[in-house]
Design a protein around this ligand. Structure first.
Ligand code: 5GP
Ligand code: MN
Length: 318
């Protein structure tokens, strides 16, 4: 597969790189390092992101212009990174296929192999691990700009080397990135210790909604549009809070529900132990990994909670 992709890159001139909505560290680090690699090979590369870069990832070296509007021109190939399905690219994703050959590079268990070329490694800790392998086969010497993007992708997707997906490649690749000049404390401060104080006011409000069920094996909390308004915050300020809920003793599934509109919620699920939240999110048309997954659920808040508890009792015997 690496050789097939190498052939397309060698023979092409112009490439589009994209990733999922609500981009996280792996999505951005993978897309931006891919951009610097294509540039270093003398190719034209356009990065398309449906959403803006969240404040905590603004330190990542990025091209001076990232497009938030789907381009209209054709490309020799389109790299879709860290997306379990094409829908994850965001509104207008249907038009992507008209722009060129889709190369799907990912590590999600639930990947729907939607590309003409699919480079999927569900054993990889991150999409960055998969593309690092690709960069290696392209014989590209890695620069600092590539290295800090790769490091940040792996560091964040493994939850700072704490989650089950943390493997020996995570450490080996990150060790190499350190030798290329990446400072772990700098990345950690940028990602985890650089929040506006409003984030903590938002946390206060979210915490008042916390409920636990089944002898504290499930935790559910929610964040509403009203809370964002009241604290002057937005979605990006609630990122990472679901991981805090998983810290509760005995919790097997932590769920944070984010109100999209009064009858639609985005669920972020995290598991500790054996429950497979990707399977639970799949029931609602979403997906992800065994221990971290997401989906969108229709209904008012009480209906959504009932649906989740129902799916948990069927899928996970909770
Ligand atoms: P988060 O809860 O941080 O938004 O996402 C957790 C994991 O699940 C990430 O790997 C993310 O890509 C994946 N994920 C989140 N929402 C969805 C969704 O609606 N569909 C699919 N297929 N994956 C999702
Ligand atoms: Mn990822």
């Amino acid at each position: 597969m690496f050789q097939k992709i190498k052939h397309i890159i060698d023979n092409g001139k112009k490439f589009l790189i994209t990733t999922h909505i609500d981009p996280d560290g792996d999505a951005l680090g993978s897309a931006l390092s891919m951009h610097w690699v294509l540039e270093s090979l003398g190719k034209k590369s356009v990065v398309y992101l449906k959403d803006q870069i969240p404040y905590r990832y603004k330190f990542l070296p990025a091209p001076s212009s990232i497009t938030h509007e789907l381009p209209k021109d054709r490309f020799d190939a389109i790299f879709v990174l860290d997306c379990g399905n094409l829908f994850r690219v965001g509104d207008g994703y249907e038009k992507l296929r008209e722009l060129g050959t889709i190369i799907n590079i990912d590590h999600h268990d639930t990947n729907e192999t939607f590309g003409e070329i699919n480079l999927i490694n569900t054993g990889a800790c991150s999409t960055a691990e998969v593309i690092y392998g690709l960069f290696h086969s392209l014989h590209v010497p890695l620069s600092y700009k590539m290295a800090i993007n790769i490091y940040t992708a792996i560091f964040t997707d493994t939850g700072s080397f704490r989650y089950e997906n943390t493997n020996s490649s995570a450490f080996l690749i990150c060790e190499e990135m350190l030798r290329l000049g990446v400072s772990p404390s700098y990345v950690s401060q940028m990602v985890y210790e650089n929040h506006p104080k409003e984030r903590f006011r938002l946390f206060g409000l979210i915490l008042t909604t916390l409920e636990t069920y089944d002898e504290d094996r499930i935790a559910i909390a929610c964040v509403t549009q009203e809370m964002f308004k009241k604290t002057g915050t937005s979605r990006e300020h609630s990122d990472g809070f679901v991981e805090t809920l998983r810290e509760i003793k005995g919790i097997e599934v932590a769920v944070l529900l984010r109100e999209l509109d009064s009858n639609k919620y985005k669920a972020s699920m995290r598991a500790k132990g054996n429950v497979d939240v990707a399977r639970i999110c799949n029931v609602f048309g979403g997906g992800g990994h065994k221990s971290a997954a997401g989906c969108t659920i229709d209904g008012n808040i009480e209906e959504v909670k009932v649906k989740i508890k129902g799916a948990l009792s069927i899928e996970a015997d909770i």
